[in-house]
Ligand binder design. Sequence first.
Ligand code: 3H9
Length: 704
Amino acid sequence: MYRTRVFIFSAPILSLREIRVSIIERTVSGIAILQIDSPPVNAFGGAVRAALARGLAAACAAPDINAIVLCGTTLFSAGADITEFSGDKVRLKPMLWDLFTLLEASPKPVVAAVDGLALGGGTECILATDYRIATPSARFGLPEVKLGILPGAGGTQRLPRLIGPQAAIDLMTRGHTIDAQQALALGMIDAIAEDLLSEAIARAKAIAATGNRPTAALRRTDKVSGFDRAYFAEQRSKAVAKARGLAAPAAIVDCVEAACTLPPREGLRFERSLLDALRANPQHMALTTLFQAERAAAKVPHLVATPAPVSRVAVIGAGTMGVGIAMAFANAGVDVVLSEVDTAAVQRGLSTIGQNYENAVSRKAIDRDAADAARARIEPAVGLEALGPVDLVVEAIPEEMALKQQLFATLDRVTPQHTILGTNTSSLDIDEIAKTTSRPGKVVGVHFFAPANVMKLLENVRGSLTDDTTIATVMALGKRLGKVSVLAGNCDGFIGNRMLHYYSCSAEFMVEHGIAPTRIDAVAEAFGMPMGPLALRDLVGLDVTVLVRKQRMARQPLGTRTPLVVEALHAAGRLGMKSGKGFYRYEGRRRLPDPDVTTILEEHVRRNGFARLALTDQQILDRLLLPLVNEGAKELADGTAIREGDIDVVWSSGYGFPRHEGGPMYWGRRVGLERVKAMADELGQCFGANWMPASNLDGLLKSH
Ligand code: 3H9
């Protein structure tokens, strides 16, 4: 019917990836189609920006073109090219904000056609077009806040004008994605169509034929009038309260206020000045480095094996962990058999699962159909003989070596030879468990974090005989379950819990030297930890700490001092949150200071004759975090962790280390590894050899 010509506006090749923006010019229809095609995610790197600007200019100059359709491939665009964020990279012109200004000023109408994802600059781009159409499955979002910045290519100025300040603040400060139906309801897009390109072409033709162009977002005023200073003051204080120290949310509110109160050009200038300030804030680089570390963590150096298929999984144990793990698989579309020792136990597990899904539906975290489908994927089983043909087993029974060994010996007998046998242990020796089976190559640690259906981390643990296919399989599992996978070596506590020991013990030593638990927790929480170390002890249970510590004390070198405040509280009948009393007293989940704790602790300090320390808040923070970094360095030295970034991913995704601090190793580098060493020297003298400086700290100091 019509002649199709394809121009490839190939840009200077900046990397091995193919970068191109193609213009498909349909001369009969009079429509130019600009397609962004730059794998893997159509990011707006310099080359793409330049090619798009050239494409736009060519389409505007061509006399037989009346309108333009702008589209992507299977996704529209993931936004600005994050690899350009590291300081040393030269950014090619045009800058993203200039490109979108060009787009908005195009003399010929531009219709955006969105399939897949439009994120960050991808969403900002479509806001600068005349009309926006998306497929029903398209998703939109402005996740810049997660990188410590704001939608600084005009997004903070165009979005409120299209959808109003409240919805704009919500989208930009939370950074979540919404689907096409929600975007349509908000007024962010104008239509949804199955046959995306045909509809977009038809709309472009219609706008060109009538000459009736919709008002550009920046010139709209209907949604942004009538909001006073008090409204924005309230929005700002809500954003700050939720931000836990992250600077970007408040800046986003400031920009939205500017969109509601300033003329467009001034608003854009204001947005740029706040973008520049956030870019200069160390939080931005910390978050960007963590984004890259998360993607790197999933790639195990020199591992070439292909993951084995996993279509049916068994979870052994229907306690809190087992239930969460079963839900994590079911949510990802994997069939699960949940096994317990008797019918009553498995029924209890199923009823918890049912309740969890009901709660999720009422919170609107999942829709009813998806919840029912996930629940239907979980099948109960009593005993191990009834597991059937499963590809992977994840064991989540109590942390006792003898129990686990007995279980694995049975699993080895009752499951097919290809089945991978995973243990959810948080600290036990994988090799000791593997040796009870005839397939140590297929035994691996798959350490989920509670609640397993929510927490993002999967810490996989390689035993000395675990084979490459097994490792590739469990590493790929993380992505399938929507989690980040990190590979750890086999040692006491692996990457995360091994470091946690030093963090918690350091807090307890401070208590032994007269610092109040409430103050230590307040310092940790002010830094951004979701919960202080002593409140965390209460959550886990003081009885659990006492038990684990007894086993650990038998293994530690002579001359190592162990803090015994948990033991003192436990001896007074305080088990933590579950008994309503621990380092605090509890009213439900509400944590309150308890004068009885002060009495017990003072007696403990007096009886042992511990000296009182006077510490500033900064010194308390240093005593909590510097030993973490020291132990992390030791993990790098002995191969427990492959990369510093892996440790940062474990701590940010599994332990709530504030993401904008980049993780403990990133934080340690920023504050100075010399301080890590000095602290380790000091604590090593007091508490024993385990606390001494890592041997590789000097090497790490030189390596950056
Ligand atoms: C922005 O737009 C700023 C502007 O407002 C203002 C500026 C003035 N750039 O995650 P995956 C890579 S800020 C470069 O494994 P998935 C990623 O590193 C930006 N590269 O896949 C990986 O590389 P590799 C706002 C990017 O399917 C590969 O793509 N946008 C970018 O699970 C595959 O990624 C965001 O914050 C990027 N923007 O998830 C979006 N995005 O293969 C961030 C990804 O070498 N991205 N890569 O490991 C995401 O959320 C996810 O990557 C996405 C795909 C959902 C897109």
